[in-house]
Design a protein around this ligand. Structure first.
Ligand code: CAA
Length: 272
C-alpha cells in the first residue's frame, strides 16, 4: 500500500503485533488481535490503531475503513493491568487517553465499527468514536468503569449520552452493570443494524464498499457536516452544511453524478 506521499509500504503494515489489516478494493479492514486479553486496549494497541488509521486516512486508494475485533470481544476496555499503578501526575502530563481519542475523532474517512462480543469501557468508547456501528447478535455494550473506582475516560459520558439519552446513559455509567445487548443497542440507536456474528464483518464491508464507491470528496464533506451536528447550534450547522453543499459544485464528481442521472447511466466518480 502506498499513501499519497508514497511512504507507506505493505512491509510497514505487516509489522503490527496487535492488529491485522487487509484491503478489499477501496475498503480497509482493521482487526484488533490481542485475543488472550479480549483486545484490552494497552498502549501498544492504542498506538497501532492510531498509526494504521492515520495511514489509511492518507491513502487515496482507500475510501472507507472497517474496524473489528474477534467474535468474543471487540475490546474489553482499556488495559486495567497496565494502568492500575499509574498516577494522576503522570497521566495528566502525558494526557493519557487524550492523544488516542483526539486522533480517531480527526479521521476524515468513514469508519464502520463491526462489534461482536464485548464492547466494554474503552471498547464501547472506541466503537462510538467510529461513524457507524454494526453489531453481531451477541454483542454487549457497557461502561463498567465505576466498578474499578473510575469513570469513562475516552468519551463514554458524552457520546453514550448523545446516543442513548441521559437516563439510560446514567443507568449504564452509574451502575457499571446495566449493559445493552445488540437488539437493545439498536432500539436505542447506538447501533444501526444487527447481524448474525459470522455475517457481521461481511455486511460491514458491503456498506463500506458502497460508501467507498461514492465520490470521496462528498463523502468526506458529508461526514464533516454530520459531525458538526454534535458541535454547533442548528443555525450554524445549517450554514456549515449549505456552504459545503455549495462547495461540492466545484468537484468533478458533482458534475459527473448529476450528468449521469440526466443521461440515465451509472456515475463514474474520480474522487475529485
Ligand atoms: N484489561 C486487562 N485485561 C483484561 C481486560 C481489561 N480491560 N478485560 C479482560 N482482560 C483479560 C483478563 O484479565 C483475562 O486475562 P488472564 O487470562 O490473564 O487472567 C483475559 O482477558 C480473559 O478475561 P476473563 O477471564 O475475565 O474472561 P471472562 O469471559 O470471564 O469475562 C469480561 C469477560 C466480562 C469482559 C471480563 O474480562 C471483564 O470484566 N473485563 C474488564 C471490563 C472492564 O472493566 N472494562 C473497562 C476497563 S477501564 C476503561 O476502559 C477506561 C476507559 O474509559 C478508557
Amino acid at each position: 500500500m502506498a499513501d499519497d506521499s508514497g511512504l507507506v509500504s505493505s512491509e510497514t503494515l505487516s509489522s503490527y503485533n496487535m492488529i491485522k489489516t487487509e484491503t478489499q478494493g477501496r475498503v480497509a479492514v482493521v482487526t484488533l488481535n490481542r485475543p488472550k486479553a479480549l483486545n484490552a486496549l494497552c498502549s501498544e494497541l492504542f498506538y497501532e490503531i492510531n498509526d494504521v488509521l492515520a495511514r489509511f486516512d492518507n491513502d487515496s486508494s482507500i475510501g472507507a475503513i472497517v474496524l473489528t475485533g474477534s467474535e468474543r470481544a471487540f475490546a474489553a476496555g482499556a488495559d486495567i493491568k497496565e494502568m492500575k499503578d499509574t498516577e494522576f501526575i503522570g497521566n495528566y502530563k502525558s494526557n493519557f487517553l487524550g492523544h488516542w481519542t483526539e486522533q480517531i475523532s480527526k479521521m476524515r474517512k468513514p469508519i464502520i465499527a463491526a462489534v461482536n462480543g464485548y464492547a466494554l469501557g474503552g471498547g464501547c468508547e472506541l466503537a462510538m468514536m467510529c461513524d457507524i456501528i454494526y453489531a453481531g447478535e451477541k454483542a454487549v455494550f457497557g461502561q463498567p468503569e465505576i466498578n474499578l473506582g473510575t469513570i469513562p475516560g475516552a468519551g463514554g459520558t458524552q457520546r453514550l449520552t448523545h446516543a442513548v439519552g441521559k437516563s439510560k446513559a446514567m443507568e449504564m455509567i452509574l451502575t457499571g452493570s446495566v449493559n445493552l445487548d445488540a437488539q437493545e443497542a439498536k432500539t436505542y440507536g447506538l447501533v444501526s443494524a444487527v447481524f448474525p456474528p459470522e455475517k457481521l464483518v461481511e455486511e460491514a464491508i458491503k456498506t463500506a464498499s458502497k460508501i467507498a464507491s461514492k465520490g470521496a470528496v462528498s463523502v468526506q464533506m458529508a461526514k464533516e457536516a454530520v459531525n458538526q451536528a454534535y458541535e454547533l447550534s442548528l443555525s450554524s450547522g445549517l450554514h456549515f452544511e449549505r456552504r459545503l453543499f455549495q462547495a461540492t459544485f466545484a468537484t468533478k464528481d458533482q458534475k459527473e453524478g448529476m450528468a449521469a442521472f440526466a443521461e440515465k447511466r451509472k456515475p463514474n466518480f474520480v474522487h475529485e
